[in-house]
Design a protein around this ligand. Sequence first.
Ligand code: CA
Length: 359
Amino acid sequence: MKRRTFLQGMGAALATGALAHAPAAQATRKRFRWKLVTTWPPNFPIFQDGVKHFARQIRRMSGGRLTIQVFAGGELIPPLQTFEAVSQGSVEMGHGAAYYWAGKIPAAQFFTAVPFGLNAQGMNAWLYSGGGLELWREVYAPHRLVPFPMGNTGVQMGGWFRKEIHSLEDLRGLKMRIPGLGGKVIAKAGVNPVLLAGGEIYTALERGTIDATEWVGPYHDLRLGLYRAARYYYYPGWHEPGPTLELVVHKAAWDALPKDLQLLVENTAMATNLWMLSEFEARNLEALQTLKEKYRVQVRVFPREVLAALQRLTGQTLEEEAAKDALFRRVYEHYRSFQATHEAWSTISESAYAQARDT
Ligand code: CA
């Protein structure tokens, strides 16, 4: 009797369950085949690898319900047209860095990195827990894009110089490959900032067309062979203290995705954010040792006077940009207020610990 009741009950539960879950079952059967375009060269370590890793994880975890085909820059569309392509919905996803779109949205630069701004830990804190991501979503909404942080290089290197820098005077008149706000800041110190794509840097430096260049960090710089064209390798990367990379999803495609797949994308992007940062951290250390020991690169810190001047000029530059664009000002103020709090805390936590360890 007991058993019969149980079986009857189960039968009823299965029947109602099947009915109640019919639309959900249909949704889970639906398969999505998406395209993702990146701004990176094919086989670009960590950057492009991280995106492939992301797509692979999602395919496996979704049991093939969401398959993302990844295209490197230029394979489907030119690298710097990914924003437009995803915004228009020609492809569902894109990966790059928000500051590439500074021409369209000057405020987007805060979601990657600004000179003397937040480091990777600070960026993650601002974006995930300090309201930064909500602000980013709002800034991208008119472009029909949903952004997610996905990758961070950590603090970059200051760059390769063909001659030593002892003072501000030594910077004057130099031609340096340095993009974005960093370029605007250093221009105020008398440097001529030059824009060059990754593939053009080595030759320009080797031939002396430029006197200096920044790129990424030891791992990528070693691969580009920059140590053969310049001897002095300066730190820190004041202009890119912890650039966040972005995943963008076309809004209509995002809305059409069932909730569980949305969560899968969101959480895999977050896991990939950590994966890329960890890869940079581990690989850079090994590469720096190779540069120093095998190639006898002279690693130098920028003189205090130079860094102080660049920091002052950064404040001026950000104020000038904010005066030109209301949205820039709004994001700047939000960012600046978070950075002040973060710095006050990190002064007695991360920085204090680093100082204590190094004494
Ligand atoms: Ca860089």
